[in-house]
Design a protein around this ligand. Structure first.
Ligand code: NIG
Ligand code: FE
Length: 416
């Protein structure tokens, strides 16, 4: 099967030279082709170019022809941080938050992550697969083409394995490219409060070997922050993960200057995520590392917290990635178009910076930048055709409505 898209008003995020990420002032530039065509063969992008050198006879007669007049083509968003397998929504806590309780106060009362973990004990794999598939369909319709999904609402060996098995089934069922992350150290179960080292021992000695044995995870995560896991806990877990070939992608510096960024970099984590509390020392640690600083605007917005200093990081020469953090407690949305708008409005990123941050840089943060994150020859054909847009800047500007008309994943139209 092949697809030929012609009369594309503008082909966005074209890449001639493969790049693993974009950093510093280069983030303010994206390459585009105006009045373009794009040819997809099988699951891959085969060629693209300008309409002025377009000859229909050069393409197979049976190719599906799409006329994109007035519309643009973007590479699919890559969402490198989500918790979208969960048993139930948590809008009751949302009301508590409106009334003034903080995220930490809710967690202390056994709410928050522990609330989801309690419900996780009783729910079946089938139910979890069913609800997660609906969420995956929803994010596809908003333009996402690859997504990372974490465990972390299990917090017992059995329930963590259940979540990861669900993610494994989603990988087989969904056209999205999915990576899974083992987040046993997401919160400290009540029975381990006061002796959390024992829980860390359980994560390292009981859960991790089973996760690795069944090949259930691509990465390992720890919530390294005040009231959650310490730098020492994180150090041990990341080291243990690496022994099983699992690189870290950790939650760091959301609630304080926790040392999470530095310990992540120390263990060559693929990404450190949240980063509300990032100062000069943290930026220094990230420069010259292979760790992608990843900001989660949805969580900071939803929890009404301070915003990570994205501008300062980019101006210091760092790359920045932006993901949704889709989860029932702190960011109940996987809409990456909204993340694009938040990037510009709340973090003062230019539209080009926001596009780089949600495509090629998040692809790196999932170990996928050779495969996804731009329109390039031989990359996987995960892309979307927009509704009619005056300019690409309209994409973050006109926030709140869906501007994806047709989603194509693995070279097939999956949502229209
Ligand atoms: O990324 N910060 C830690 N974990 C999640 C929240 C999960 C939850 O509240 O359910 C996050 O925001
Ligand atoms: Fe998260």
């Amino acid at each position: 099967m092949s697809i030929l898209i012609k009369n594309i008003k503008e082909l966005i995020q074209v890449e001639q030279q493969p790049k693993k990420w974009i950093c510093g002032k280069d983030m303010a530039t994206i390459e585009t082709i105006k009045d373009a065509w794009l040819f997809i063969k099988g699951e891959r992008i085969e060629r693209f170019g300008e309409m002025k050198v377009f000859n229909l006879n050069e393409f197979p007669e049976d190719a599906q022809l799409i006329d994109a007049s007035g519309k643009m083509v973007f590479p699919s968003f890559v969402d490198s941080h989500t918790h979208l397998v969960y048993p139930a929504s948590r809008e009751i806590e949302y009301i508590d938050k409106i009334k003034g309780l903080s995220y930490e106060e809710i967690a202390k009362r056994g709410g928050g992550i522990l609330n989801s973990a309690k419900k996780m004990q009783d729910i079946s794999e089938e139910e979890l697969v069913g609800s997660a598939m609906q969420r995956l369909e929803e994010i596809i319709s908003y333009g996402t083409g690859a997504v990372e999904i974490k465990s972390g609402y299990g917090l017992t060996t059995e329930s963590e394995l259940k979540m990861l098995r669900v993610i494994k089934r989603l990988k087989a069922l969904s056209p999205l490219t999915i990576k899974s992350t083992f987040l046993g150290a997401h919160s400290i179960p009540l029975e381990f409060r006061g002796d959390q080292t024992k829980y860390v021992d359980l994560v390292i000695n009981k859960m991790l070997p089973k996760v690795a044995d069944e090949g259930l995870a691509n990465f390992i995560d720890v919530f390294c922050d005040t009231g959650f896991f310490t730098v020492e806990d994180t150090d041990r877990i990341l080291e243990a993960g690496l022994k099983y070939g699992l690189r870290g992608k950790i939650h760091a510096n959301e609630l304080d200057f926790s040392g999470g960024i530095q310990v992540g970099v120390k263990h060559n984590a693929l990404s450190v995520d949240h980063l509300e509390f990032t100062g000069d020392a943290e930026i220094e640690a990230l420069l010259n590392s292979q760790t992608m600083p990843t900001i989660l605007p949805g969580a900071a917005f939803f929890l009404n917290m301070i915003y990570s200093p994205a501008r300062k990081m980019i101006d210091a020469g760092l790359p920045v990635a932006l993901a949704s953090d889709f989860n029932p407690g702190s960011s109940p949305s996987g809409n990456m178009q909204l993340i694009l708008s938040m990037a510009c409005i709340l973090y003062k990123l230019l539209p080009e910076e926001a596009i780089n941050a949600t495509t090629i840089n998040t692809a790196y943060a999932m170990g996928l930048s050779e495969e996804l994150g731009s329109i390039a020859v031989d990359k996987r054909a995960n892309l979307f055709i927009t509704t009619e847009l005056p300019t690409y800047e309209f994409m973050p500007y006109y926030y709140g409505t869906n501007k994806v008309d047709t989603a194509i994943l693995n070279g097939k139209v999956v949502s229209q």
